[in-house]
Design a protein around this ligand. Sequence first.
Ligand code: NAD
Length: 248
Amino acid sequence: VYDYMLGTMSRTAPESRIVLVTGGNRGIGRAIAEEFVAQGYKVAVTARSGSGPEGTLTVIADVTEPVSVDAAFTEVESKLGPIEVVVANAGITRDMLLMRMSDDDFTQVVDTNLSGAFRVVKRASKGMMKARFGRIILVSSVVGLLGSAGQVNYSASKSGLIGLARSLTRELGSRGITANVVAPGFIETDMTAALPAEQQNAYLKQIPASRFAQPAEVAKAIVWLASDDAAYISGAVIPVDGGLGMGH
Ligand code: NAD
C-alpha cells in the first residue's frame, strides 16, 4: 500500500492495522488505545484485570510471565489477525533510597518494565519478521535519561529500554521493522498521583512548560510513530516532557 523509495512497505493501510498495547486498562496505555481507536486502527490491550476502552479487545496478561504474554498474542492474532504495531507500556515503580532498596524491589521493577518489554517485543517480532513490517514502540521515561534519586530500579529499567530499541533497530531494521522509544515526563495518572505533593511541586519547578501533561499528549506521539509518516524513524528517543529532560 505504501512504498517510500528507501522506506518500508506495509501490506495493509494504516487504518486497518492491528495494534496491541500492554497495560491498556488505565493511564497512558488507555489513552494510547483510545487514540489508536480514534484513528481507525484495530486495537487490543492487555490488562491484568479490568478492561480497555470501548472499541478495543481486552486480553488478560501479566508481562512478567512469558506464557501469559504468548497466550495473549495468540488470542489477539486469532481474533483480530497479525499484530503489526506493538506498544510496550506496562510499567511499575517501587521507589526507595538505595540503602533501603531490597533485591526484590530492584528485580521486580526490572522484570516488569524491561524484561516485560523484552518478552512482548520478542513475541511480536515473530509475526512482524514474517510480514516484513512492524512498528515497535517502547514507553520509557525522562527518568531513564536523567536518573532520579530514589528510583535506581525504575531509571535502570527505563534506560534499558533505549538499548533494547536501538539493538532491535539494528537487528530487525532490514525486515521493515522500526523500534522507537517515547520518554514521557510528568503525566497525570495513578502513578504520579501517588507521589507526595512536595515531590510533585519540585518536579513542576523543573518543567519549562510549567505544567504536567495529560496521557493523551503521550498517545499522540506514539500513534504518529506507528504511522507511515514515521517509516524512516528508528532507534529514536522522543521526549514528551515539556522540556524537562532537555539536552539529554
Ligand atoms: P499506571 O500505573 O496508571 O498504569 C500502568 C499500567 O501497567 C497498568 O495498566 C498496569 O496494569 C500495567 N502493568 C503493571 N504491571 C504489569 C504487569 N506485570 N503485567 C501487565 N501489565 C502490568 O501508570 P502510567 O502512568 O499510565 O504508566 C504507563 C507507562 O508510562 C509506564 O511504563 C510508566 O513507567 C510510564 N511513564 C509514566 C509517567 C507518568 O508521569 N505517569 C512518566 C514516564 C513514564
